[in-house]
Structure formats: C-alpha cells, structure tokens
Design a binder for this molecule. Structure first.
Ligand code: SF4
Length: 453
C-alpha cells in the first residue's frame, strides 16, 4: 500500500521579538511539516502565514494590526485561500479583540497551544470560521511537540523554561506566558543530542527566567540550571553552552560556580539589572537591590576572571528622579558592560506601572541618550580590547563576502576571517586584527581545534 503523501503547502512565518519567539517559530514550522508545509521567505502565494508577535514594545498591537492589513490585501488578492494565524504574546493579550478588529484572521493561538496547530487548522476548515485558543492548558506543549526538528544551525536555541512568577511592574510576560514552567531535563538533553547530530555545536538555553529552571531530572530529583548545564556539557560534540534571560535573584551559588567548573559554559552572561537605584528597583518590583547585582558580578569575576556581562535597562520608569538615574549611571560605570540593551519605559496596558504618572518624554530621552552614549563607549572599549588577542572562534558558515568565513567568539561577537577553509562547526584560534562596532576581523592562527573552547 502506498504511504499517503501530504499535499505540499507553503508556510511563511513572521517573527517579532525575542529569541524565545524565534525558537517557537521554528517549532511551529516543525509541527506543520508533517502536514506538508514547507517554509517560504515571502507571504506572496503562501497557503498559511503565521505572525508570531511580541508585546514588549510600545504600540505592539497597533503594529500587528497594520501588518495584518497588508496580509488581508494579499489574502483577498489570492481569492482568500491564504490562512492567517496570529500567535505569540499579542495573540495571548488581545485574543477576542484581535478577531473583532481583524475578522479575516483565521487563527489566534497563545504561546502554550502551538502543539495543537494541526487540530486548530482542521477546525478552521471544518467550522469555516475563525478559531481562538489562548488557554494555559494543563498539558505541557513540550510533551506534544514533535521530535523531528529542522536544523537551526551551528548555534541553536533550545527553550527549557517558560513563563514568569515575578510580576515586574512594567512587564506583560506573567500575563501572556503564564506561570513559570520548566521542561523535564531528559527531554531537553534528548533535544540537544538531536541538534548535535544535525551539526549544532553551541546551544543557547532559553527561558523568560532561565536561571529559575527547576525541572524534573532523569533521576527523579529536581534539577537546577547548574545541574542541567553539567548534563548538557557531557553531550559529545556539544562545545558551547549559554543561557538567557536570567534574573539576579535566581543567580545561586551553584550556578555561579558552574561558570568556573563547567568548561562548556561561556564566560558571558546576560543579566538584566534594569536600574541602579534601589528606590526604582523596589518600584519595579524587581526583588533585588543594586548591590545584589554588584555582588553577583564580583563573584562571577572572582571565579571566572574573563567573565563579561550584558544587561537590560529601563529608563524613565514612573517615579524615576535625576538621583535615581545618576545611580544607574554609577552602576553602569562601575560594572563595565560588553553590551547592553536600553529602552525608555513605555506603559503596557494591564501592568501595574501603566497607570502611574509618567516621566515626561523629553526627560526620558535625555537620560537614555546619556546612558546609551556610555554603553556604546563601553562596548567599543570591550571590542577594541580584543584586538591583538588570540581567541577561540566557533565557525558557523560563510561570511557575507566571497572568500570569508564567519563565526562567534566566546562573547558571541561575530568574527570574520579571510579563508575558504571548510571549518563550519569547528573551533579554531583566531588572532583578532580589527574591531568594528558590531563585529571583529581576524586571521586564523591555527587549523587545529582548540580544546579550551
Ligand atoms: S522577571 Fe523578566 S519576565 Fe518576569 S516579570 Fe520581570 S521582566 Fe518580565
């Protein structure tokens, strides 16, 4: 008997926001692959378009609606055969409203329901009406996502934890992603092994509160992130591990020591502090003080002297004074960041800080300008300090120009080398010769893989 081959269909996925959305988009494509969907780069002619949305930025919903308007035109031009799905945090937050304002959308699916996409698509066809699924189901989506996954690349993301119980005053994540949930370690290790078999050599563990990870271990005990990282470091050929995004309150002793003891763990940590003012940190409900952050940074530098840090800052949270901002600048100057992301506070509907009196835009803008100038200076200094050093680089593929190959440093800086050697997936020592604002140039000093990285 012949196997039933599903009809080939074109899927276009638009991804907004964080790395977790990038991972989710890839997994949605994996879920739909057995139905015959293959991904295409443009929405024109696609059978299905998924808009995987993010609610972090201001007016996120407005931007989604204007992008949806363009898709509606395409859908109408193609005789309405294109199915439009909205997923991610805007889908979760706006739900019904989204379908009322954009009735041509066929599916609205929250982040916890991606594994049900085939069933939801079938319902749209069967019921000939739009379908909404934004529940936080009791079953975990990770138990139902398929094992087969498309190759993400030499560097790949792997979500190990979702949701957040911290309720920072400015953030929608606890409302859109729900309570903290950790995947069992065995399924994470199995997924990492599958990635490595496909050619991945660096895995970035993802979670909204990744260092709050507390998943069931294969031995029946609850594993923390340090324990999970140790198990992953034992996966043959998995050379590098990173994790993001961390919260200072969950930066325990064991995890700090893992940066000393686990050779696969990169000396680079994204640790959002948001503000250097204790008054603002309390107003933000951050559950840590500025000195807690300083202590963590000092301890990490103590156990791993080559540690470098990135962070997030929110400027102009309601109530922020000049003195609060000065405390942030002080912390930034004292710490010295390799890179940092900084934004003006903007209210998210439904979050506690949204209803408070706001700092005027011109004040926020002036503070942000000052902060970003300092952060840019620090980033340039960090990159410039690598010139002349020999450093291990994990090669990820061809560079943008012919005759170049590209990879990543220990600090995830893009590194470009003039070479045509087939080094993808290998770690080699590169002498850095020049620092651009966002990348480094270098020359290969050895073609032998270094063990150190
Ligand atoms: S810890 Fe992070 S994800 Fe959780 S509420 Fe705060 S900012 Fe949002």
């Amino acid at each position: 008997m012949n196997a039933i081959v599903p009809k080939t269909r074109k899927l276009h996925v638009v991804t907004h926001g964080c790395q977790m959305n990038v991972y989710d988009s890839a997994r949605m494509a994996d879920v739909l692959a057995p139905l015959g969907y293959t991904t295409v780069d443009t929405p024109e002619g696609a059978d299905m378009v998924i808009m995987n949305t993010c609610h972090i930025r201001e007016r996120a919903a407005d931007k989604v609606f204007s992008a949806l308007g363009r898709l509606r035109d395409l859908k109408e031009a193609g005789g309405s055969k294109m199915m439009i799905a909205v997923t991610g945090c805007v889908a979760q937050a706006e739900g019904d409203l989204l379908l009322r304002r954009a009735p041509y959308v066929d599916l609205v699916v929250g982040p916890q329901a991606y594994h049900r996409l085939p069933e939801l698509i079938a319902r749209v066809h069967r019921e000939k009406k739009s379908v909404l699924d934004t529940d936080f189901p009791a079953d975990q989506k990770f138990d139902f996502l398929p094992d087969a996954a498309a190759f993400q690349g030499v560097i790949a993301n792997l979500t190990i934890q979702e949701g957040c119980d911290k309720f920072c005053s400015f953030c929608v994540v606890p409302y859109t992603r729900g309570a903290e949930v950790s995947r069992p370690a065995a399924s994470i290790i199995a997924e990492a092994k599958r990635m490595v078999a496909q050619g991945t050599r660096e895995v970035v563990l993802l979670g909204q509160n990744v260092n709050a990870y507390h998943g069931q271990g294969p031995d029946g005990t609850i594993w923390n992130l340090a324990r999970l990282l140790l198990a992953l470091s034992e996966v043959p050929e998995l050379r590098r591990l990173r994790y993001t995004t961390s919260h200072p309150s969950d930066m325990g002793e064991e995890l700090i020591l893992a940066h000393r003891d686990n050779p696969a763990l990169m000396p680079f940590l994204h640790l959002p502090v948001q503000s250097g003012s204790d008054r603002m940190l309390a107003a933000m409900n951050r559950k840590h003080k500025a000195d807690d952050f300083r202590r963590i940074v000092a301890k990490l530098r103590d156990v791993r002297p080559d540690m470098a840090f990135t962070s997030d800052f929110i400027i102009g949270h309601p109530g922020e004074t000049d003195a609060d901002f000065a405390a942030t600048m002080k912390l930034v100057r004292e710490t010295g960041f390799a890179l940092a992301y900084s934004f003006n506070y903007s209210p998210r509907p439904g979050t506690p800080a949204a209803g408070l009196p706001q700092v005027p835009d011109e004040v926020k803008n002036a503070r942000l300008y000052e902060l970003q100038a300092e952060l840019r200076r620090q980033q340039d200094a960090f990159n410039a300090a690598t010139v002349g050093l020999s450093t291990p680089v994990l090669f990820t593929g061809l560079g943008r120009h012919p005759g170049q190959i590209a990879g990543r440093s220990l600090y995830a800086q893009p590194v470009v080398v003039d070479s045509t050697a087939p080094l993808t997936g290998e770690v080699h020592t590169v002498k850095i010769t020049y620092a651009n604002p966002n990348s480094l140039l270098g020359t290969l000093t050895t073609t032998k893989e270094t063990i150190a990285a």
